[in-house]
Structure formats: C-alpha cells, structure tokens
Design a protein around this ligand. Sequence first.
Ligand code: SF4
Length: 445
Amino acid sequence: MAQTLDPLTAIPSLDDTQAGNYFVSNYPPFSVWSGDHASSAVSRLGKAGNAETPLGLYIHLPFCRKRCNFCYFRVYTDKNHNDIQQYLEAVIREARLAAQQDFVAGRTLDFIYFGGGTPSYLSAKQLTHLMSGLKDALPWESPREVAFECEPGTLSEHKLEAIRDFGVNRLSLGVENFDDDILESNNRAHRSQEIHRAWEWLEKIDFAQVNLDLIAGMVGETDANWRRCIDETLRLAPEAVTVYQMEIPYNTTIFKEMKQKGSAAAPVANWATKRRWVGEAFAAFEAGGYQIGSAYTAVKDSSTIRFVYRDQLWNGADMLALGVSSFGHLDGVHYQNEAHIAPYVAAVDSGRLPISRALPISGEERMIRQFVLNLKLGRLDPHPFRERFGVDVIDRWRGLLETFQAQNLLTFGNDSIVLTRNGLLQVDRLLHAFFLPEHTQIRYA
Ligand code: SF4
C-alpha cells in the first residue's frame, strides 16, 4: 500500500521548544495504550513465549535525591528507608510472579536494564538484597548485558565495586552538564566535583563499558559552555557518550512554570540550536576517534561496544517490566505497570500482576515500530522487513523517502536507507510521517 501522508503536514514544526514529547521511544504512542487491554498482557504472559525471541528485563527504581526540572519520569524524592525496603520486597515478589508465567518458562534473560529514577540511589546493602532476590527468582544465567543508570552524587567506591560484582557491564553516568550553575538552575542533584570524584573511582574499577550522558539545551546553556562540556567529555574518554536534545514534556516542572507565566515557549534553546550543538558534539567526538552509532550516541569502538538493550528492543525482543510504571513488551503486546507506588505494591502483595494498561499491536504496527526505531540508527537495511513482515519498506514509503531525499535528510536505494547528518539530528521529528494516520495527530513537540 502506498503511503499518502503529506510529510510536511505530518511532521511537527521547527520553531521554539514548546511543551510536548519529541522523542519517539515506542510505537504506537503510549497515549493509545489503555486499561481495557490490560488483560491481553496478563493472558499473553500465561501462554508460552517464542523461544527464538530474545527476552529482556527492565527494572524501574523510582527514587532520586531531587526532581530535576526537566524530569518526566515517575520518581519519588520523599521516601524513607522503610518505604524503599517495602518497594524492593514488592519488586522481588513481582519477579517471582513473572517467573511463574508460561511466557518465561524455558527461556533465559538476554539483557537486563536497571533504570529510573536513580538505581544508584539505593545503598550497597539494598542493592545486594535486590540483586540476590532477582537472581534467585528469574532465569538470570549469563545475560549478555546488565546495564545500570547512576547519578554521580550517589556513588561511592564501595557501591561501584558492588555494582560491578553484580555483573553490571554497562554503567551509564548521568552527567548531563559539567557546569555547576547550569546543574543548579535545572535542579539537578549533583555538582561537577561529584562527577570528577566518581570518575576517579570508575577509572580504578573495571566496567566493560561506561556511558556518559549529556543533554544539549539545559536551561542556561550557552555556546561556550557546551564547548566545555564536549572538551571535558573527550578528556574523560568514556567508551560511549549519549547526547539528548532537551525536550519539555507536559509533566515537567519547567512546563508548570511555563503555564504559570502563560508562556508557550520553554526557557531553553530552540530546536535548531540544540541540533547544532549535537552536531558540533558529534563532529568533535568523530575528530577524537569516536564513531556515531545513532541519533544520540558516539562510541569509541563500534566493533566492540554494543548496546544490547537498545538493539534488541528496537528489533522486537520481548521485555518483562518490573516496578512501578515500568514498560514491557510481550510478543506483540505492549504493557505498563501501575503508575503509582501504592497501587503497585498493593497489587503485588495480593499476588496479582500489577499491569495497568496495555496495547496488542497488529503485524503492520510491529513493522512500523521496528522501522521507525531502526531509522534512529541512521542506516536501515530493508531486507529483514521483507523476510520478517513480507513488506518492501522502500515501495511502501517511496513517496516519503523521495521527499526527504529532496530535502537532504536521507538517501535511499533498494538495499539501504541512510540518513544524512542533517536528517539524523532531527530524526525523531521525521518519524511521525511513517506512522499510521490515526497516530500522526497525537501531540508532539
Ligand atoms: S535524576 Fe533522572 S529520574 Fe531522577 S529526577 Fe533527574 S531526570 Fe528524573
């Protein structure tokens, strides 16, 4: 079927940073998942999974020292030791419930991701308890990747050693910016001194891969400071760098402040400036020997540095979700857990899977999902789509691809679609044009 959407009306505008989601992290969009479909996820878990499909695990640890002004995740900054302990018991209990499902029987975990929130907010003792509970409950044999997110100010040498000893082989450090005033203006909990202290420990403790996160366009960012962030990152020389462009979803503190002031534009750089900053960062990283692996990542050595979680998820892997508001995917069924901690813990305590909303997706939606997520890598091979879905993606979207090619956003032929750097830096904006018509009008930045 030929794609008839006009890409110029389907994709959002280029102007100021307004409120809304910019990043496409899944498809169909979260806003069309619903409580009415929660039972589809429960019943899918009750049937055998496909042994050929990789199985992953995402664990949401929703505690942070402070809530960053740009944060849109489910996080808590007011929980005491007992609250956290109760939450960890619920997560372990949920892991046992998940492991009893026929969907998991006979399979082992290929990749595991600890996200948040701030997983490193937990003490070494709490982490040890959680890890041993999860390892006992789940088929955690020899996953290819165990990824773990850290906030620099929550680390100690002892905690990092414990994290390494749990088998974590991809540690992600949320630096975001090196300037103390900018960190403070954005209500970030850590300061530059804590970044450097954490880095000294990381240099002693051997993780297979350390990724450093930056955000282009925090409140207060300037050309000169961004250049310092790039230089400082190159000096530290992590195995991987991830650079996000600042977006302002509706549930952020920044959006609340915009509403109070009646302002439509967020107090951050516009999209053109943020793209330029990421472009400058990518150019500097390439000059420093890195390779650009996606719209957001630079890696030191693409022949050895992998991001298994991303690659498997973008290619249709199954993923179990543990924890409050956590997202998962079960052979064509998206699902999300209870969005608040009290109903989440109550569900698990009563022996029930805490799934609150889901969406069974069609074969066509699965194909579009894999297509748009893989375009974020900057290079797409159409052949797997012919084999897996029986769809020639070039034929299906030829009109759109020609339009984007004419705009210097990509080039394509029968064997590949390759985004130009200009296209890669704004890929999320372009992806909406490939969505089904009923999903293109959902509000994005
Ligand atoms: S550290 Fe991350 S999860 Fe925590 S408040 Fe900041 S952005 Fe949100």
